[in-house]
Design a protein around this ligand. Sequence first.
Ligand SMILES: NC(=O)c1ccc[n+]([C@@H]2O[C@H](COP(=O)([O-])OP(=O)(O)OC[C@H]3O[C@@H](n4cnc5c(N)ncnc54)[C@H](O)[C@@H]3O)[C@@H](O)[C@H]2O)c1
Ligand SMILES: [Zn+2]
Length: 360
Amino acid sequence: MPPTRLEVSAAAGAYPVVIGAGALAMLPQFLDQSSLGPRRVLVSSPLVWKLHEDKFAGVATEQEPILVPDGERFKNLATVSRVYDALIDRGADRSTVVIAVGGGVIGDMVGFAAASYLRGLRLVQIPTTLMAQVDSALGGKVGVNHARGKNLIGAFHAPRLVVADPVVLETLPRREFRAGLYEVVKYGIIASAGLFDRVATTLPALFDRDPAAVAAVVAESCRIKADVVSADERESGLRRVLNFGHTVGHALEAVTKYRRFRHGEAVAYGMLAALALGVARDVTPREFRDRATALIATLGPLPPVADLSAPDILAAIGRDKKIVAGTLHFVAATGIGAVTELTDVTEGQLREALKSIGIR
Ligand SMILES: NC(=O)c1ccc[n+]([C@@H]2O[C@H](COP(=O)([O-])OP(=O)(O)OC[C@H]3O[C@@H](n4cnc5c(N)ncnc54)[C@H](O)[C@@H]3O)[C@@H](O)[C@H]2O)c1
Ligand SMILES: [Zn+2]
């Protein structure tokens, strides 16, 4: 299968997103076609590099990459500073192209380093987790955490090229893979009945990391994200549909200090809560809630939530970045592939939704 090629429009210029099994073998050509050269530096994590170094022969001017740790706890300015140090050591200048190879943590952190070093170096994203391939590598949001909150420091810095090759996902731990699949289900719910059905019908092949099966859902997810961010790069409105499941999801992550859930797992609970709230508000058909709930359950067990407190979660929702001028914008599904925004959700309705996922 030839790779799928999408285009994302951004204020800084449109950029291609190439998705395909084996697409990384053509990375040097893609870089040349996008006039991204000749000075290139790769930035990755020790683990990702050890697993996939062989796929990057001949890509960079210096084959030695900059390696920085990639756990969520390293997603901070200290690690970004290490990237700056290494860029200075290598004499990086305005012509240098930075190529981030890794999951969302590497992509966000290296993207922020690229956005700020010399007021901006050109950036290429090579996402190596399912989460990064379907979400974080596209859209230009980059940044790091602050001790007092997640993603508090950041910028918009659109990449010049994104290459998502499902072959690299073969080494991804099953839990990380599932975490990404929940975001794929989210795209199905908000925008594509075809994608929703495809996940349901090809699940065994997806879990086997069959490259063609994975490439198909990655490409469709990227198409949806590309459409949304092309229309609304700065999240003034439309981009908020991508937050389906994220109001409760982000709150669950915050109250557990980002230690219990993978992001996608928290979003899975958030989607279940949003489906329940949608039914209670009469915008989500029950039959659709049942189908979506069943698909989420089929993906596997989620970490426990029964010990969490509803008041803590409500407080975290109140501190959320998605509150705009004092109003919570809650995304609810109106059917498969369609959503609406509710701006008058009450605390009582949120409490009921939390109860439906086992939180009192
Ligand atoms: N910028 C955005 O729009 C956006 C969107 C969604 C998420 N994010 C951010 O993304 C981050 C989460 O990203 P993530 O879920 O990719 O987690 P991650 O980057 O922490 O990667 C998860 C783990 O997988 C390992 N890994 C990566 N690629 C691998 C591979 N091919 N084989 C084996 N192991 C591999 C990593 O070393 C890491 O231990 C969060 O910080 C979140 O804020 C950003
Ligand atoms: Zn998400």
